[in-house]
Ligand binder design. Structure first.
Ligand SMILES: [Zn+2]
Length: 204
């Protein structure tokens, strides 16, 4: 994706529907996702973006940022590199809706994103209220259960650290794997956990 964040915001502002949806029941479709090879497919991505009336690129950028991965929109689906649990998508989409869609004054979804100076505001067409969009990270729970020292896991390397170690982000954890390249699947044993930093050794 080559669009800058500002471009995406511009697109998001221009993506304004005249139609009010407060008369309809506002139910965001539950995320439908499945793992395919080394990727996770969010099957109903476009349906979700349409329902919340936000630009697809804007929503995509948000999900990618929360997952800490790369990916692309593919027609009505979205493809994310890495294996993610469906509960994580549901949490992220809920958080997106809370931050970028629902009016905190009246709780209605008849809102639009507008930029005032450099501040992004959520304006409500239902009650006239507006508030700055909160820029916060979702406090996601670990993808699986809590990790423990001595645990053996199969992981896929997502990126490289500055020191050249393989990096795997898993929920709130960041795992470092020596001598591993992005895309590589390795079996590792957790040697030490320090806060969210996980040190590993290879387990074969
Ligand atoms: Zn409102």
């Amino acid at each position: 994706m080559t669009d800058s964040y500002d471009d995406l915001l511009k697109k998001a502002y221009s993506h304004i529907s005249e139609k009010s949806i407060s008369s309809e029941r506002f139910v965001v479709p539950e995320a439908k996702a499945y793992i395919e090879g080394k990727t996770t497919i969010l099957e109903n991505f476009a349906e979700i973006a349409d329902k919340v009336r936000r630009d697809k690129d804007h929503l995509m950028k948000y999900i990618l940022g929360e997952l800490g991965t790369s990916g692309k929109i593919d027609g009505t689906r979205a493809i994310f590199n890495g294996k993610f649990e469906i509960s994580l998508f549901r949490m992220i989409i809920k958080s997106y809706v809370d931050d970028y869609v629902i009016c905190s004054e009246c709780g209605k979804p008849d809102t639009r994103l507008v930029k005032d100076d450099r501040v992004l505001l959520l304006r409500c067409d239902a009650c006239g209220g507006h508030r700055p969009v909160r820029k916060r990270k979702v406090r996601t729970e670990p993808v699986s259960e809590n990790l423990e020292e001595g645990q053996v896991l199969d992981v896929e390397i997502q990126s490289l650290s500055k020191r050249g170690d393989g990096v795997v982000k898993m929920g709130r954890y960041i795992m470092y794997v020596a001598n591993a390249k992005p895309g590589q699947s390795v079996k590792i044993k957790i040697s030490r956990i320090s806060g969210s930093i996980v040190f590993t050794e290879r387990a074969e």
